[in-house]
Design a protein around this ligand. Sequence first.
Ligand SMILES: Nc1nc2c(c(=O)[nH]1)N(C=O)[C@@H](CNc1ccc(C(=O)N[C@@H](CCC(=O)O)C(=O)O)cc1)CN2
Ligand SMILES: Nc1ncnc2c1ncn2[C@@H]1O[C@H](COP(=O)(O)OP(=O)(O)OP(=O)(O)O)[C@@H](O)[C@H]1O
Length: 199
Amino acid sequence: MSGYLESEKRKIRHEFLALRNRMDADSAAVCSAGIFAGIKKLSAYEKAKTVMFYLSYDSEVVTDFMINSAFGSGKIVVIPLIKNFIDEEMYAVKISRLEDACLSVYGIRQPDINSVNINIVEKDNIDLVFVPGLAFDIKGHRTGYGKGCYDRWLKSVPFEKIVGLAYDFQVTKQLPIGEYDIPVSIIVTEKRVIQIKEN
Ligand SMILES: Nc1nc2c(c(=O)[nH]1)N(C=O)[C@@H](CNc1ccc(C(=O)N[C@@H](CCC(=O)O)C(=O)O)cc1)CN2
Ligand SMILES: Nc1ncnc2c1ncn2[C@@H]1O[C@H](COP(=O)(O)OP(=O)(O)OP(=O)(O)O)[C@@H](O)[C@H]1O
C-alpha cells in the first residue's frame, strides 16, 4: 500500500474513531436497536440459515442482542476467530451461546481456542456476513482498524452476502480505497438501508 494511501487511511480511522467514541452507551443501544430493525426487514436476513456476526467491542454497533435474537429465530451464528495474533488469519466459527466467546486478548471476545470445541464453518455455508467498520462510503467501501483481517477473509465471499453495520454518522461520501478493499453490498444504519450496486 502506498505511503499516501496509508496516511489518508490513518486520518480517517482517527477521525471516525473519535466520532464513534463520543457516543454514550444509551445512544449506542438505541441506535443499535434501530439498526437491527433494519436488518430484520432484509429478505436476505429472513432467509439466512447461517449468519456471521461479530462480537462488538469498543464503540462498535452493539450485536449481543442481535445474536441472541438470531438464536431465538433458529439461525446458526458464526463469529470471527483469530487463532494467532501474529499472522492474524481470520476463521469463522460457530457459537451456540454468547458465553462460548469469552474475553480474549486485546479486548476482542472470541472462543478460547484451547478450551472450546472449535467448529470452523466454511464460507460457502454462510448465507450472510455482517461486518463492523470505522467508516463506510456510499459506494460500499469500508475502513476498519487497519489489520486487513476482514479484507483477507472476505476475498472469496460473494458481494451480495456482505453487509456493513454502522451508525449513520459513520457513512461518508468517499473513502480512500486500497487494492484489497472488499466492498459491502448493503449498509444498515439506524436511519437507512443503503443498497449498493456492484461495480
Ligand atoms: N468486534 C470485532 N471483532 C473482530 C474484528 C473487529 O474489527 N471487530 N476484527 C477485525 O479485523 C478481527 C480482530 N482482529 C484483530 C487483530 C489484531 C488486534 C490487535 O490488537 N493486535 C495487536 C498486535 C498484536 C501484537 O502485538 O503482536 C495490536 O495491534 O496491539 C486486534 C484485532 C476479528 N474480530
Ligand atoms: N487480500 C489481501 N492480501 C494481502 N494483503 C492484504 C489483503 N487485504 C488487506 N491486506 C493488507 O492489510 C493491511 C490493512 O488493510 P486495510 O487498511 O484495508 O485494513 P482495514 O480494512 O482498515 O481493516 P480490517 O479489514 O481489519 O477491518 C494493508 O497493508 C493491506 O494491504
